[in-house]
Design a protein around this ligand. Structure first.
Ligand code: KG4
Ligand code: ZN
Length: 339
């Protein structure tokens, strides 16, 4: 095949991800996560993440090459997340990419983490339509992005002005005494609950609010106060109802604004990525609202939505396919790299 064979390295947060793709075909997706090491702190500890990346880097690269059944010498390029993310964590990936690319004599491509989250959709749905609209919701970001060219032009239409959606899930899970990371626990608890039991606030949905920005801190405070009041009154906290009602508020705002953005920009496709894209209520609501609006929805399987190396490889392969030049050897990790 003459489609580019690319290895991608992702170390922006707590997953050491190494993926290999040939064009739009996924060949390997090896991930070593340090999430269990962070669980007892209730959040990702940067120093712990950096050290875990360092330990996992070489074995994860080896595993990806073995899983894909390709030789490193056959690669057309090595792509790596250059940012945004945790500075020390990113540095481990960028250093590894430089070392491998230099030693193998291959071009190296520093790519943007958010653009990779969008481009991964090609591994599941084939060539992405452009311009594309993407809703990225994870523990680190909540953004609406419009991309006319995924390799060079990704425009932020709006983003959270306080907490990321995943952060809100994690905090509410803590309030309810559920585990970390909180999203999957809330999702599960909510299945037994009534989403209309409690009407929690929808942030930034007023007529004068920024149409594509998000805010979850008011919602978070409101849920925490509601739970505290129950406890103070000596009443049982209906965990399932609180989880379902909170989740409903998040899914409602995210899907409403994403559909509005598609309409405003005349885009008939929406992709959703990031860890929160695994949320069952968000998926169901997005499906219904997109169908009503005549928008084609693309949500990759959960393993491709959370941080992984395959998404970096997917964008790297696109760079090669479109003849984009590689990064120079002085590429540096940039914790606040803009899209
Ligand atoms: O993309 P990701 O793996 O890492 C980054 O933050 O970049 O996203 C992790 C976030 C966590 O906050 C986690 O609670 C959330 O995604 N998450 C979910 C679900 N699964 C993971 N949130 C809601 N529902 C889920 N099913
Ligand atoms: Zn991410």
């Amino acid at each position: 095949a003459d489609e580019p064979l690319v290895l991608g390295i992702e170390t922006s947060c707590d997953e050491t991800g190494v993926g290999i793709v040939r064009g739009h075909t996924l060949l390997a997706d090896a991930v070593a996560s340090s999430v269990d090491e962070h669980a007892r702190f209730g959040g990702v500890v940067p120093e712990v993440a950096s050290r875990a990346h360092l330990e996992a880097m070489v074995p994860t690269i080896d595993r990806a090459l073995k899983d894909a059944g390709v030789a490193a010498s056959d690669l057309d390029g090595i792509a790596v997340t250059a940012g945004p993310g945790l500075a020390g964590a990113l540095l481990v990936g960028v250093s590894a990419a430089k070392a491998y690319a230099y030693a193998l004599g291959k071009p190296m491509y520093g790519v943007n983490h958010l653009a990779s989250h969008i481009c991964v959709s090609q591994l599941e749905f084939g060539a992405m339509p452009e311009p594309t609209m993407a809703l990225l919701v994870s523990g680190g970001h909540s953004s609406l992005l419009l991309s006319p060219d995924i390799t060079s032009d990704v425009r932020p239409l709006g983003a959270t002005i306080d907490d990321a959606a995943g952060e809100a899930f994690d905090k509410i899970a803590r309030v309810l005494g559920l585990g970390f990371p909180g999203g999957p626990f809330i999702d599960k608890a909510a299945r037994e609950g009534d989403p209309s039991a409690i009407r929690f606030p929808r942030g930034l949905t007023g007529p004068r609010d920024a149409p594509f920005d998000f805010s979850f801190s008011g919602l978070k405070t409101s849920v925490a106060r509601w739970v505290e009041a129950k406890r103070a009154a000596g009443e049982n906290v209906p965990v399932a109802d609180v989880a379902a009602s909170f989740q409903e508020a998040v899914a409602d705002v995210l899907t409403m604004k994403a559909v509005k953005a598609c309409k405003a920009e005349g885009v008939d496709h929406l992709m959703i990525g990031g860890g929160v894209a695994a949320n069952s209520r968000l998926r169901a609501m997005a499906e219904r609202r997109c169908e009503d609006a005549g928008i084609e929805l693309r949500v990759p399987r959960p393993k491709l939505c959370t941080d992984n190396g395959a998404m970096v490889a997917a964008l790297g392969a696109e760079m090669v396919a479109r003849g984009r030049g590689p990064s120079s050897w002085d590429l540096s990790a940039d914790s606040s790299l803009p899209v």
